[in-house]
Design a protein around this ligand. Sequence first.
Ligand SMILES: Cc1ncc(COP(=O)(O)O)c(C=O)c1O
Length: 390
Amino acid sequence: MRDSFLPFARPDVDEASIEDVCDSIRSGWLTTGPKTVEFEREFAEKVEATHAMAVSSATSGLHLAFLALGIGPGDEVITTPMTFVATVNAAIWTGAKPVLADIDSKTLNVRPELMEKLVNERTKALIPVHFAGRPCDMDPIEDLASRHGLAVVEDAAHGLGAFYRGRPIGSDRGSRRCSVFSFHPTKNITTGEGGMVCTSDEDLAERISVLRQHGMSKGAWNRYAAKGTPHYDVLFPGYKANMMDIQAAIGRGQLRRLDQFNRRRREIVAKYMIELSDQPGLILPQPQSDDTLHSWHIFTPFVDVDVLDIDRDGFMAAMRELNIGTALHYQALHLFSHYRDNYGWERGDFPEAEYVSDRIVSLPLFPAMSNSDVDDVIKGVRFVLRSHLR
Ligand SMILES: Cc1ncc(COP(=O)(O)O)c(C=O)c1O
């Protein structure tokens, strides 16, 4: 057993970023301002997007994207049951109805051919989620969207640094398309809380940018700056979902280290894949296809409950006894009581998502993990599984 607890994720914010946050605080300019604008510019360049708009979270980014696309009461959006609840909550807030298509339990991503079966005259958008950082197969999704005139909002909360067919997730995909990233502390980069919406659609960019700040025609930071003008118009009753410069200061430092972070994530995953490959009781993630690059936000094998005398939760508790944290991403959406009760979903509706939901576990994965932390996890997993093989 380890002396100290190893969490499943831990952010790595360096001294330069801490100093940059202090600089914002000392400067007197704490909220949205020049650092946010710079962060947006650098982020857009990194993911090859025309526009990147910093927001207070991916959840609000998704919400604003749906609103900007005109999604509302009576509309349907199609997504996956294997995601965080924010994906559907943000759609529900607009008055739209979420519709689920089952996943492929090998990739953990939504199956485009099942999405297609659900399209009808009420369908307005497809919301693929790049689960764990493995890109969805976007070509058939794009094809489906184009044939039916649907918008595509990529939930890219896990996908920063991932590539699909040679292009970064977040890169320009055309009109009525956008991608939303999360900077929650467990993500590939963090700003504490925060998110980014990327698009090449000018109209969408304008609407999101206005929606995130009260519906005002220009950002507040411009009003109070030395050369700003005091006047603005209100175009519609917007929201309050801007990012602060304090957050952007962290984000800029993190973004500069993204490639290094993701390299380390890949190294750790490679070690897990080799060292745990022959371990009965664990089903490792399937190899990714050659035309994608995984961003490995989380490492999510399955606990093979059919050969063990414990279930997944029992495995997590046993790891906790060894002082090793794990996490559950995620219980399938349709098994939560609110959605079950309001959308008529029940166990049996999405069998592949349920198979995954009952077995999936996130092992520790973060760039600051030392090699000996990784060895502890491997030894811990082996010990727990060996002790519980039937
Ligand atoms: C798939 C997915 N979508 C959306 C979100 C929401 O992100 P945020 O916490 O930045 O609102 C998360 C966060 O975990 C997520 O995993």
